[in-house]
Design a protein around this ligand. Structure first.
Ligand code: FA5
Length: 354
């Protein structure tokens, strides 16, 4: 054993390795140069028979060569594996255009609701909320709808099956039938129960009516309830008219005139329906206002004393107005939509236009 032999083995091993391109040949190379019967292994076994001088010089060289060949073997294994891989499928084309993710947006009614809320908030109104599943008490009785009175039929109702709900009214707990609220007015009473005038509040919400649908009537639509109360004598019909004109003027961005017509709601006295001057034709007459120059937009009135008492207020102490209007009808005007059923119809081609 000598240095020349070690160098020859190294040269031969490395030269053979360079040309190897597949696993099988590499395995044979490993057996030949690193296997138990390889020249290098028998030389390593013979180290113990060397003179101390030879051991000192040759043993580290032999170990070094073995280590080098093991390292080269590993590198070659990686190289062969990489060459065998199908890189085509893993190629990333950094110049390809990205994939646009579809982004949703708020429903047009929600957008409009936010717009309306913003105007009222700027006018100093608080915003409140109420349940869609309501009790007969809040939806009708507390609002002064007499039992078995035809006024209850003004708003066809979806009644819910089941045991009903226990609620406290006039200090007593009683079971009440449940229904889908037919208007946002129950929130007048709910808000009054928890707050003392003076206040001004607005309650948006989805309401439900068991009625046949047509181009201007839906079974599910959106309303706003507006309530302003103060001590008797401070808030009157003129306050309401001024507020309504301010609101619609801001909403449509032009001067709007309000017209009040006598009407009937059990929970207001006096009651009126109100129209706004048609903003589409500036009152000249068009198909939307049916050539009248006016558009019916909601109901309003001075809150009935019976309602104030049902909410627990002392008789005669407070006074104010309540006002309800259809947001979906407002949306029809704003976007010039001729069939109300499109808003809740679930057709995305319609919704995506907003
Ligand atoms: C009410 O719902 C009363 N709660 C309004 C009110 C509040 C009066 C406070 C007095 C004081 P009415 O049923 O008229 O009233 O409905 C109010 C508005 O809701 C209507 O003017 C209309 O804009 C809208 N509306 C009513 N029914 C439908 C329907 N089926 N589809 C779409 N909008 C409707």
């Amino acid at each position: 054993m000598n240095q020349a032999l070690i160098t020859t083995i190294e040269k031969q091993a490395l030269e053979t390795l360079v040309a190897i391109k597949d696993k099988e040949t590499l395995m044979r190379w490993e057996v030949q140069f690193l296997g138990r019967k390889s020249e290098l292994s028998s030389m390593l076994k013979d180290v113990k028979n060397l003179t101390p001088e030879q051991k000192r010089t040759l043993a580290p060289k032999l170990q070094g060569l073995r280590q080098k060949l093991v390292t080269e073997l590993t590198l070659k294994q990686v190289e062969i594996e990489n060459n065998a891989r199908d890189w085509e499928g893993e190629r990333v084309d950094v110049t390809a255009p990205g994939i646009a993710r579809p982004v949703g947006h708020l429903h047009p009614i929600t957008q409009l609701e936010n717009e309306v809320l913003e105007i009222f908030e700027a006018l100093g109104f608080a915003v409140a909320d109420g349940p869609e599943v309501e009790t007969e008490w809040y939806n009708f009785d507390a609002l002064n709808f007499p039992k078995d009175h035809p006024a209850r039929d003004m708003q066809d109702t979806f009644w819910l099956k089941g045991g009903g709900a226990k609620i406290k009214k006039n200090g007593k707990t009683e079971a009440e039938r449940l229904l889908m609220r037919t208007h946002t007015s129950p929130n007048q009473v709910r808000f009054m129960e928890k707050n003392k005038p003076p206040f001004r509040v607005i309650v948006p919400g989805r309401v439900f009516r068991n009625e046949a649908t047509d181009a201007s009537h839906e079974h599910t639509f959106h309303q706003f309830e507006c309530l302003m109360l103060d001590e008797t004598g401070k808030v009157n019909v003129a306050t309401f008219k001024y507020l309504a004109e301010t609101f619609f003027g801001t909403f449509f961005g032009k001067k709007v005139t309000i017209r009040l017509r006598p009407s009937f709601f059990p929970f207001t006295e006096p009651s009126f329906e109100f129209d706004i001057s048609c903003v589409l034709c500036d009152s000249a007459g068009c198909s939307t206002c049916k050539q009248t120059g006016w558009i019916e937009i909601g109901g309003a009135g001075m809150v009935h004393q019976n309602v104030l008492e049902a909410a627990g207020y002392p008789k005669g102490k407070y006074q104010g107005f309540a006002w309800g209007f259809g947001l979906t009808r407002l949306a029809m005007m704003k976007y010039k939509i001729t069939d109300i059923r499109q808003f809740m119809g679930g057709d995305l081609r319609f919704i995506r236009q907003f």
